[in-house]
Design a protein around this ligand. Sequence first.
Ligand code: RNT
Ligand code: ZN
Length: 414
Amino acid sequence: MSVESRYLEAREMYRAVGVDTDRALEELKGVKISMHCWQGDDVNGFDSKGPLTGGIQTTGNYPGKARNPEELMADIDEALRLIPGTHKINLHASYAIFEEGEWADRDKLEPKHFRRWVEFAKERGLGLDFNPTFFSHRLSEDATLSSENEEIRRFWVEHGKACLRISEYFAEELGQPCAMNIWIPDGFKDIPGDRLAPRARLKKSLDEILAEPYDKEKVYVTVESKVFGIGMESMTVGSHEFYMNYAAKNGVMCLLDTGHFHPTEMVSDKLSSMLLFYDKVALHVSRPVRWDSDHVVLFDDETREIAKEIVRGGTDRFVIALDFFDASINRVAAWVTGMRDMIKALLYAELLPNARMAELQDKRNFTELMVVSEEMKTMPFGDVWNYYLHEMGVPENWFGEVVRYENEVLSKRG
Ligand code: RNT
Ligand code: ZN
């Protein structure tokens, strides 16, 4: 049976339970996911040769990681060929591209250092998002925006401001908003002697960064909290309470990373509360396995639960990015799996009888609600998904393509 006839049959089955598959596919086409560039090279970047610091870690030594901008761009291209839709690329400041003999420290970065990324995005119709890089740098060893050392704190404030200017440049060049996310690794391994002063300094630093004039329609500033990091087990300066209050009072957005809460806390349950107090909510969808391990996003329960909240709350109210870095598997396959599974989860949520499910809840008919939600799991979802891939010109079976790319390109890298 052809993809089309399988789809037509599935469409009838969904129609019978009150779900319009054509509408769902239309909705899905409009959703952009920001694909993080850092899966391609284990969060190394191009601006220094030093190690990855900041209490985040990649594990594994799978061959073929990108070693320079050309390789990273080629790998991104290979991944995008296998992902339905037109999306965004999420860059870190450490991915600045310098001309021969040129170099600028983080506080001196300028739009021109990202010109090649803008060209890359323009040629492909992609958007760009941005992140100042407050780690993997000689001045980030102790603390950054919360530093007690005024010179170091100022350096990172200047970095934040430089990144705001670069974000605005992205938005202007590409004709779509750029989300600029602030995450810092500041925190303490053991019980602090003072929790207030570092947080007060972080607050002051953020105020100073945001004093840089920028167009709020073009740049969405987001602040990302975290419960702990490696070497910051006892306290992070940028905790959830800190940023949630900061964002609410200063008109910026909160970014929730699915790995940045206690393991039994679910980000999916937090989103509706955020929607009641913010216009938009930003996400780093990741997969924490027992801790903030940054495994590849899968089509699993929590990803589907998050997707339901996005679809029910309105896809236009979310700024969705992925954040994982697995160095133990083929990195292109990691991107393709994560992106396709996020999109798949959104389609799954679009194909639920959401209004009927809300109504069952209001009638307190929890038996039928459970039954409906379970029955939906074995509907011919795959037939709708495959039709979407077909419509978007992306192969159903993609793994062979990545294996070929690995043999022809990745395996030749030293
Ligand atoms: C770290 C944060 C942060 C980084 C990226 C590289 O725990 O999740 O978002 O992963 O910025
Ligand atoms: Zn994150």
